[in-house]
Design a protein around this ligand. Structure first.
Ligand code: COA
Length: 166
């Protein structure tokens, strides 16, 4: 498995994997394909060309099989914070350490960013696999939002987690 930052040329692979993620586990994400597709390419390009935001990918041969996004906040009062988003590993290869390696690489790269002090994320409260992975990587739960997501006629709480970098 090769782990590397996505570039503009990776858009077709990103589009396919992101589309799959939002279809297969809609309760794990705040976005829907329906709303996101018209803006996906622009957002992807602005993300991967931004100096301090990036998407880390796991490639099996040439195929993108897993990814996680890191977004550095920009406004002056919150520029010490970053956000993890869009974590997904293709279902048939989950549980083999790919998610952990994606997150480890992301944290290492984020730690090099000047002024970054903490990284936040939110996760569906029923998503034990992801919560355990994040805890293993040093994220600590600091809150629970009741009924944060309404997906397929069901309400889900989300757990808010944070990791202090420096
Ligand atoms: C969450 C996800 C990215 C994890 O990726 P992965 O490659 O399966 O993760 P790993 O194999 O590195 O497992 C990391 C840890 O997660 C936990 N974990 C993984 N699968 C698990 C499962 N089925 N049940 C419980 N814990 C699990 C374990 O603590 C594991 O650590 P361990 O192997 O030391 O026990 C993957 O399951 C996924 O894509 N899920 C669907 C999308 C999603 O939920 N994204 C998160 C949005 S917040």
């Amino acid at each position: 498995m090769i782990y590397r930052i996505l570039t503009v040329e990776d858009y077709p692979s990103y589009n396919a994997l992101r589309g799959m993620a939002l279809d297969v586990v809609p309760e794990a994400f705040g976005s829907t394909n329906q709303e996101e597709i018209p803006h996906r390419k622009n957002r992807f390009e602005s993300n991967v060309t931004h100096q301090e935001s990036f998407i880390m990918g796991a490639f099996d041969d040439e195929a993108l099989v897993g990814m996680v996004g890191f977004l550095k906040l920009e406004k002056i009062k919150i520029q010490h914070k970053g956000i993890i988003w869009g974590m997904f590993v293709k279902p048939h290869i989950q549980g083999r350490g790919i998610g952990s390696k994606l997150m480890k690489n992301t944290l290492e790269k984020a730690a090099q960013i000047n002024h970054l002090q903490q990284i936040n994320l939110d996760v569906n409260a029923e998503n034990q696999a992801a919560i355990r992975l994040y805890e293993k990587m040093g994220f600590i739960a600091f809150g629970r939002e009741k009924n944060a997501l309404f997906v397929n006629n069901k309400m889900y709480d989300t757990i808010l987690m944070s990791k202090i970098i420096k």
